[in-house]
Design a protein around this ligand. Sequence first.
Ligand code: AMP
Ligand code: MG
Length: 355
Amino acid sequence: MKNRALIWVFLSVLLLGAFGMALYLRRPVEYRSDQFLMDTLVSIKVYGRDTEKLRKAVSEAYAEMHRIADLTDRFPAKGTTAYTESDVCRINEMAGVRPVLVDKEVFAMLEVARNYYDLTEGAFDVTIGPVMRLWGFGGNNPHVPLAGEIKDSLAFVDNTQLVLNRKARTAFLGKVGMNLDLGAIAKGYATEIALQALKRNGIKKALIDAGGNIRVLGTNSGNDFWRVGIKNPLRTGGILAVLSLKDSAVVTSGDYYRYFESGGRRYNHILNPGTGYPATENVSVTVVTKDAGLADILSTAFFVLKPEKVLEIAKKQEGVDVFLVTADKRILYTPGLQGRIELRGEGDFRNDPSR
Ligand code: AMP
Ligand code: MG
C-alpha cells in the first residue's frame, strides 16, 4: 500500500517535470542587437525558436536601415563617397540647377512629405534646411540668429518649390540656396523598412527602438501586449504614461530631445516654418499608429501645431492616435487610447478630458 503511494508520488513528480520542461522549451528565445545609426542608438529585439534565423533577420533589418540612412544622410563632407551616395546631398547640391534621379524609396518619402505639408497647411516642411542651418542645429555652434537673418532664410523654405516628377523619378529644389532635411521622417521610415525585413524573414515578435521611435510586431514574448512608456518631459527618467500595444508604432517628438539654452530659454530643434523660430505650442507629442514612418512624420508635424488643431486633424486620420503634453501643461489624448493607456505621475500636469 505504502509502495503504491510512493510510486504515484514519483510518477506525478516526473509528469510535472516533463510538463515544466516542455513549457520551458516552448518559450521563445530572445535575440538582441544594438547599433549606433542615424545619429542615435538603435536596438532590435526579436523572438523565435532558432537563434541563427533570428540573427539573420536582424542583420537584414540593419542592412535596410543603413541603406535608408546612407540615402538620406545630410551631413557627409563634399567629395566623400558618403556624399555622392546620399540622395539628399545630391538634391541639395543641384538646388536651382537641375533635377536629380533619386532612389524609389527617397522619392516615396518626398511624396509622403508633400502630402503632409498639404494636410498640415505647411507646418511639416522638409525644405526647412536653410533655417535649421542658420540656427546651427546639427552643428556644434547652435545660437539664436538675428530676426533679419531668419526672415531672409525663410525665403528659401517652400515645399511647393520642391518639384517631384514621378515618371522620371526626379526631385528638384527650385532655387539655389534651398536645402532638404529629412530629419523628421527618415528614422521612422527606416524603422518601418527594418520591421518589414524582419517579417519577410518569418519573425512574428519584435521590438525596434530607434532612439525613441518604437515599432512593435505581434505581442510580446509572454503573448501579452507590449508595454511602451512615454517619457515625462519635465523629469529626466520619469515616465508619464504607459501604453499597452501590439503591432503598432509609437513615436514621440519632444522639446527635450535636441535643444540648446541661451538667455535662460530653451530652443528646441523643431521649427515652425511659418516663423522660422522653434515651435512652442507643445513640449511632447506622441503618435500611435501602425506605420513607424507615418508616426515619425505626424509627431513632428503635430509638435508645431496648436493642440486643438492636432486633435482635429488626428480625428480625421484613420487609425491615428495622439498623446499631447502642451506648453501650458495640459495632457490631451484621442479617445482611441482609452483603455490602452495608463497615466502615471501626471501631478505635474492637468489631465484634460480626452476628446
Ligand atoms: P523629430 O525628432 O522626428 O521630431 O524630427 C526633428 C527634425 O526634423 C529636426 O532635427 C529637423 O531635422 C527636422 N525639422 C525641424 N522642423 C521641421 C518641420 N517643421 N518640418 C519638417 N521637418 C522639420
Ligand atoms: Mg519625426
